[in-house]
Design a protein around this ligand. Structure first.
Ligand SMILES: [Zn+2]
Length: 103
């Protein structure tokens, strides 16, 4: 299995705009998802902005939020069946061209 963008090719990770889950609470927070054992899962360094990856706890804004609640919401889009149209390619930012392909 691999993550694949029709325009950019194989991807190591895909992004989910927090806005789709938390509306204005998570607006602009980009969550990082990877493929692990065939499942789309939230990465350990789950947040990407300012061109770097960071964890929920290390982020000064996110750690003010109820992480248990929000992580549950975030995980609900990725398992058991990922709503793949919600995710964006980190290279072209397009969201309707990502697929999960068999090897
Ligand atoms: Zn792309």
């Amino acid at each position: 299995m691999k993550l694949f963008c029709e325009d950019c090719g194989e991807l190591d990770y895909i992004l989910l705009d927090g806005y789709t889950i938390g509306d204005r609470v998570l607006e602009g927070v980009m969550f990082v998802f990877i493929l692990k054992k065939g499942n789309v899962v939230l990465a350990d360094k789950c947040v990407f902005y300012d061109n770097k990856f960071t964890t929920w706890k290390q982020d000064s804004y996110l750690r003010t939020l109820n992480d248990k609640y929000w992580l549950k919401q975030i995980k609900s889009v990725s398992s058991p069946d990922p709503e793949i149209d919600l995710f964006q390619c980190p290279i072209c930012n397009d969201s309707d061209i990502i697929t999960i392909k068999e090897k």
